[in-house]
Design a protein around this ligand. Structure first.
Ligand SMILES: [Cu+2]
Length: 486
């Protein structure tokens, strides 16, 4: 595997990038000196906020019943009160802990002044009727009862939820609407993972800033990076002990190139795919991806940083001034504290996805993600196979019981993360080379000018759903297609 392929899968082993002592040095006072000089009172250094996680809601006897209301809420970010949009008043919304075979019942109340709906990203469930149906339109003031049945063989993993009403997805997510779903058989009273929801937003005058058409075309990047709704919190942890982090990239467009040096990090899974623990210094999560990572607290405060990532641009010198590279940002700092609680770490989950390289193919297709000149938004159109999204048109018709190989091409000068609802994708080829092992994802990066080949088992769930670019501005601008399985 080439380094580029490894990166396409989101993980880079130790040694692939420089391992260095990047532990943050805490500025301390030097030896006490005595002086008579009337020193002005030193400003109190800003204290990093402590660790905070969303409320956890668990299923009981196979059912998770949840009232979930979307409404404006005042949220404090970095000491400033900001009017955002929230699920049940918090950013992120509650964490839903489910087991395979559970029924998730959500009574969704839309307290916004525009339509919305609910997408359970990555869940292997039906897209029909009142399950994970992206075509639903829940009007302002309306209440809708979702029933999402997880099959008994649902893969363990970390998933998430957010609105998916076409044309409004990015604005709603950017304003604070996202939450985590974890599917496993663990007793969290015994071994609870740390939930780490990373998102970004831009605030102005006490509210979420509007964005320009140019920002939409590039894919908006928020100025403020949030971890569980907080800027750069500290996670106190006993030195030498393990912490299991379930990291969600809930950013609208930002690629999270996470540097984990100094934490002895081991990746156990990306999306619903699992791997034997693999030592890494770096994990790349494109928008929508999740990672299951175990870290070991060091003896000194050690930061996890998202470093700037170049995901291309508009090309041809157009739309000058637009860059997709965000400044480096601190996600969190693991701070040694012998007295801190350390929940025990559950055993790693074995991979349960079948290896689709070994099965007979029923068909192949090629999908092409494109950007083209046009009379669309600001002069640039975002297309798949030359077309913008049309909910009334079926772009891919597949048969239940078949396995297909799809090659996703990207002819544009910008990277596009490709997301397919419902059916997991096994990456078999990335930028020209074969991929070792079983690498299952629900969002796969397709680099500018490159391609990715995946295999998909359409083993169940007849109905219609979508695939799209997970730079959510591009999805809202039309980079989405409809798939019907029958
Ligand atoms: Cu895109």
């Amino acid at each position: 595997m080439t380094r580029r392929q490894v990166l396409a899968l989101g993980v880079v082993g130790v040694g692939a990038v420089a391992v260095g002592g990047t532990a943050l040095v805490v500025a301390g006072r030097g030896p006490e000196t005595t002086t008579d000089a009337p020193w002005p009172a030193a400003p109190t250094p800003p204290r990093a906020p402590g660790w905070h996680e969303p409320e956890v809601v668990e299923s009981v006897a196979g059912v998770l019943d949840l009232d979930l209301e979307l409404a404006p809420a005042d949220v404090v970010i970095d000491g400033t009160t900001v009017r955002m949009l929230a699920y049940n008043g918090t950013v992120p919304g509650p964490t839903l802990h489910l087991r395979p075979g559970d029924l998730l019942r959500v009574r969704l109340r839309n307290g916004l002044d525009e339509p919305t709906n609910l997408h359970t990203h990555g869940l292997v469930v039906s897209a029909a009727v009142n399950s994970d149906n992206p075509f639903l339109r829940i009007a302002p003031g309306e209440t809708f009862d979702y029933e999402i049945a997880l099959p008994d063989d649902h893969p363990a993993g970390v998933y998430w939820y957010h609105p998916h009403h076409h044309g409004m997805v990015t604005d709603q997510l950017f304003a604070g609407l996202y939450g985590t779903i974890v599917v496993d058989d663990e007793d969290w009273a015994e071994a609870a993972p740390r939930i780490v929801v990373v998102s970004d937003t831009t605030t102005a005058s006490g509210t979420v800033a509007a964005v320009s058409q140019a920002e939409r075309m590039l894919g908006r990047t928020g100025e403020t990076l949030l971890t569980n709704g907080v800027v750069a919190p500290e996670l106190a942890a006993p030195p030498g002990e393990d912490q299991r982090l379930l990291i969600v990239n809930a950013c609208a467009s930002r690629y999270l190139d996470l540097r984990l040096d100094g934490l002895g990090a081991r990746v156990r899974g990306i999306d619903s795919g699992h791997v034997a623990e693999m030592a890494v210094d770096r994990v790349l999560l494109v928008p929508g991806n999740r990672a299951d990572v175990v870290v070991t607290a060091a003896n000194t405060p050690t930061g996890v940083t998202a470093v700037g990532y170049d995901r291309g641009g508009m090309g041809m010198g157009m739309m000058s001034g637009g860059s997709t590279v965000a400044p480096d940002a601190l996600v969190l700092t693991v701070v040694p504290d012998a007295a801190a609680s350390a929940p025990s770490v559950a055993a790693a989950t074995p991979e349960t996805h079948p290896d689709l390289r070994d099965v007979a193919l029923h068909g192949t297709r090629t999908l092409t993600m494109q950007m083209g000149m046009g009379m669309g938004a600001g002069g640039m159109r975002f297309l798949i196979d030359g077309r913008e999204f049309d909910a009334e048109r079926v772009d891919q018709q597949v048969r239940i019981g078949t396995v297909e190989e799809w090659t996703i091409e990207n002819t544009s000068p910008m990277d596009h993360p490709f997301h397919l609802h419902i059916w997991p994708m096994q990456v078999v080829r990335a930028t020209g080379g074969e991929v070792d092992g079983v690498a299952v994802r629900d969002v796969v990066d397709v680099p500018a000018g490159g391609s990715v080949t995946v295999r998909i088992a359409f083993d169940r769930f007849p109905g219609r759903t979508v695939y799209h670019c997970h730079i959510l501005d591009h999805e809202d601008l039309g980079m989405m297609g409809v798939i019907e399985a029958s």
